[in-house]
Write a protein that binds this ligand. Structure first.
Ligand code: 26W
Length: 821
């Protein structure tokens, strides 16, 4: 018995079989005898798409007829992963599809394994966007996701000799059955050029932007299928192409090569996702990517609005535009430009519309990640937009700042959207806060820091603009689809509605001490660990014992996330085992998955260190398999789906105050792992929900971090003060892990000592070590551990992304549900 949808439109097994065979023949030009797994996969998708596309059409019809208010979620990243299993579950035909394929002699897992990940994002921010559009459709809210149709998503990571190598990702090389091209909605996008001031016959001044180039945006729609819902929304992704018009004179004058160069320049805009989740300042192509998709999306929104309206008076009533971080901020001056230069509105009316339409989500406090664009770049690529930004800034400083802090020029400099200095910069986050009617953080603690540390003066000016919306994850992907065993146990316990209302799982708390329930729960955990052990054997050729504690840290590689703190502790454990072969501990497997930005040297060195340490530890017979270290290559959504269900311990060890929220922490807890973490981001709220006694919290809290830094943090004090810590740091300088090549791991030690240890690894080391001892002790108490694992899984209903979406709707978007026919 599984929690799959009951649905009038659902296909029976027999209908499914007929449909798959029909598509093998008529869509794919093959047959049951000749088809390979890829053809079987595409035929299966085509069979589901008969239902999906139908609902897509019904949904857009219902929205058009209703003239519904809709949210437009603008994001440079959507980390969708695979769609097939998810869509089968959400349409409610997973069982029918599985049985149909079985009858046809195929295993659904093998077939679905043919699908490449749609990895159009870097990490948390992109995956959040994917969970949010799933929830919006599930809750029947009118919504469109807008982004870029990257030809190449996030790079594929290979490990060679322990080091990360980046390889291009080609997710749609052989066609993708989920996307539909919509040439009827192509848009043109101007770039470069100059601005002319002209005076009309009425004597009024107008600005005309004479673009130097035009490219076109071709929309590709990906259906977003709501769980057991009639709604199928769209994710509309823009692909860049050379504009249609062709300069035949240039061509005929021997310009064939130049015209081809122009074509490839235009196509470069949507060619590849920037693989950095920190900063891409100064990259002209990145600014063009941002403008390209914002311009296409706004034209699309306005085109749809104009079907039902003749003026702009109702625009902000019909459309809300959510900016996923500052990356789409250029949509603000673009809407101003359209309203003023093209639609003829006066400034004040245009400004009112903009400031009632846009809302902004902040995802990070890291200063390096706060976007700034050089004024000269703006002037070159988007000259009219720069003028508009100057005017927004002038009015803000002369009206609002002057009224609040009269005569205070220092305050004006401090709050100006334009940062003065050697190169003048546009501060994108300031532009957002000045314009948007709401600015939100992504966890309670983060939202407080956004107000207090990032925008204190803006918060004094407009306290009502600041909100919190704590992140969430979709339980459809992160429990129902990735852990069928646990999902069906919950369905037996609470019925089949939990994938919508995740708080229903709290019923399991009543059974947290029930021996039979505990056994069933931990048997499932064991099954998932056995499955993961096989994956580890296949990918890394390392044998791990499923009875060991599976201790997992999976996330982008960043100093603030402190994978190197985890490494220091592993070295300490290894040392203890070498010094005392009878050292008491449960077997432990430390598992990592992480991509490093290609230019982030220290991050790559940490990956290398993990691999080198793994080589040594995993082959050291002296420690009798008590300790294993695994680095899984090419961490991505599809691997994550195998990791979260198999975890005993969830490593959430960022320096307090630096992780805005985290969302992996929620997926771990939901699947019954215990959090080992700092009081940072959403960890704080997870601890609140599951109870302090069911998590392992360690380290400095946010205030203590600030105080220590203010007092002058000196990592050497900890180095000299803790012999074990000193020993493991010194170990990194030897050739113990890199025989014949001493110093290959020294950059880590160096960053933690000479480099000043900016993220306080050494300050938290002792406390982290102790927390690990508590973890080990607790694991020896099987019943105690099972109780905690159950309580974790049962108590995180709050972190359903449906709840996040309802919060956005209540506090920011104010949407009504629309039920398609
Ligand atoms: C290229 C510049 C850039 C800068 C920042 C690209 C991407 C970013 C993002 C802000 C990085 C990111 O993914 N942030 C994460 O967002 C998640 C969803 O809100 C949070 O859970 C994570 O804590 C936060 O790090």
């Amino acid at each position: 018995k599984k929690a799959t949808a009951k649905n009038a439109l659902a296909l029976s097994k027999e209908q499914f079989k007929d449909s798959i065979v029909k598509h093998l023949r008529s869509t794919l030009g093959t047959d049951e005898a000749r088809a390979n797994n890829q053809a079987w996969w595409k035929a299966t998708c085509s069979a589901v798409n008969e239902l999906v596309f139908d609902r897509l059409t019904e949904t857009s019809k219902a929205n058009a007829e209703n003239d519904s208010r809709a949210v437009h979620y603008l994001s440079l990243e959507f980390l969708m992963g695979r769609l097939t299993v998810n869509n089968l579950h959400n349409v409610g035909v997973f069982d029918a599809a599985r049985d149909a394929l079985t009858d046809l002699g195929k295993d659904i897992n093998d077939i679905c394994d043919e699908e490449p990940d749609m990895a159009l994002g870097n990490g948390g921010l992109g995956r959040l966007a994917a969970c949010f559009i799933d929830s919006l459709a599930t809750l029947n809210y009118p919504a469109v996701g807008y982004g870029i149709h990257y030809e190449h998503g996030l790079f594929r990571q290979e490990i060679q000799g322990g080091r990360q190598i980046e390889r291009p990702d080609s997710w749609r090389e052989y066609g993708n059955p989920w996307e539909i091209c919509r040439p009827e909605s192509i848009q043109e996008v101007p770039l470069y050029g100059y601005v002319e001031t002209v005076f009309g016959e009425d004597g009024k001044m107008r600005k005309v932007w004479h673009a130097g180039r035009q490219i076109k945006g071709v929309p590709w729609d990906i259906p977003v299928v709501g769980y057991e819902a009639k709604t199928v929304n769209v994710l509309r992704l823009w692909e860049s192409k050379a504009a249609d018009f062709f300069d035949w004179d240039v061509f005929n004058a021997g310009g064939y090569v130049d015209s081809q160069a122009e074509k490839s320049q235009a196509e470069a805009v949507s060619k590849v996702l920037y693989p950095n989740d920190e900063s891409e300042q100064g990259k002209e192509l990145r600014l063009i990517q941002q403008y390209f998709f914002c311009a296409c999306s706004l034209k699309d929104i306005i085109r749809r609005y104009k079907r039902n309206h003749t003026d702009f008076s109702q625009f902000s009533k019909q459309a809300v535009i959510q900016l996923n971080d500052t990356h789409p901020t250029v949509a603000i001056p673009e809407l101003m430009r359209i309203l003023i230069d093209e639609e003829g509105l006066v400034w004040d009316d245009a400004w009112k519309i903009c400031s009632e339409t846009f809302a902004y989500t902040n995802h990070t406090l890291l200063p390096e990640a706060l976007e700034k664009w050089a004024v000269y770049l703006f002037e070159k690529v988007l000259p009219r937009h720069l003028e508009i930004i100057y005017e927004i800034n002038r009015r803000f400083l002369e009206d609002e700042v002057e009224a609040k802090w009269p005569g205070n020029d220092e305050m004006k400099r401090h709050l100006s959207i334009i940062e003065e200095g050697e190169t003048r910069m546009v501060r994108m986050a300031f532009l957002c806060v000045v314009t948007c009617f709401k600015t939100n953080g992504v966890a309670a603690m983060h939202s407080e820091l956004v107000k207090q540390d990032l925008f204190p003066e803006f918060c004094e000016l407009w306290p009502e603009r600041f909100e919190n919306v704590t992140n969430g994850v979709t339980p459809r992907r992160w429990l129902l689809a990735c852990n069928e065993e646990l999902a069906s146990m919950y369905t037996d316990l609470v019925g089949d509605q939990w994938p919508r209302d995740l708080t229903l799982l709290s019923k399991a708390n009543e059974f947290a001490d029930d021996a039979k329930f505990q056994k069933k729960f931990m048997d499932i955990k064991h099954t998932k660990k056995v499955q993961l052990a096989k994956v580890i054997k296949d990918l890394c050729d390392v044998e791990v014992d499923p009875n060991a504690i599976f201790d997992i840290q999976i996330k982008r590689l960043h100093e603030y996330k402190r994978q190197h703190l985890n490494v220091l502790h592993i070295l300490a454990l290894y040392r203890r085992l070498l010094e005392n072969p009878n050292y008491e501990m449960n077997k432990r497997v430390f598992i990592f998955g992480a991509k490093a930005a290609p230019g982030y040297k220290l991050a790559k060195d940490i990956i290398y260190a993990i691999n080198k340490i793994a080589d040594k530890v995993n082959n050291d017979e002296r420690i009798q398999g008590k300790l294993k270290v695994v680095f899984l290559p090419n961490y991505r959504v599809t691997l994550a789906e195998k990791l979260f269900p198999a975890a005993d311990v969830s490593e959430q060890i960022s320096t307090a105050g630096y992780e805005a929220s985290g969302t992996g922490n929620m997926k771990f807890a939901l699947n019954g792992a215990l959090t080992l973490g700092t009081l940072d981001g959403a960890n704080v709220e997870i601890a609140e929900e599951v109870g302090d006694e069911n998590v392992f919290i360690f380290g400095l809290n946010c205030d203590e971090v600030k105080a220590l830094k203010a007092a002058g943090y000196n990592p050497w004090d900890y180095y000299y003060g803790n012999p074990e810590l000193k020993a493991v740091l010194d170990w990194l300088e030897t050739d113990y892990f890199t025989p014949g090549a001493p110093g290959e791991l020294a950059s880590i030690k160096q960053s933690l000592l000479e480099g000043g240890d900016p993220y306080l690894c050494l300050a938290d080391f002792a406390s982290y070590s102790e927390a690990h001892i508590a973890v080990d002790k607790m694991y020896s108490d099987k019943k105690g551990w099972a109780r905690k694992a159950i309580i974790n899984s049962a108590s995180v209903g709050k972190f359903n992304s449906d709840r996040s979406i309802e919060d956005y709707v209540d506090r920011i978007w104010h949407l009504e549900k629309v039920m398609p026919n």
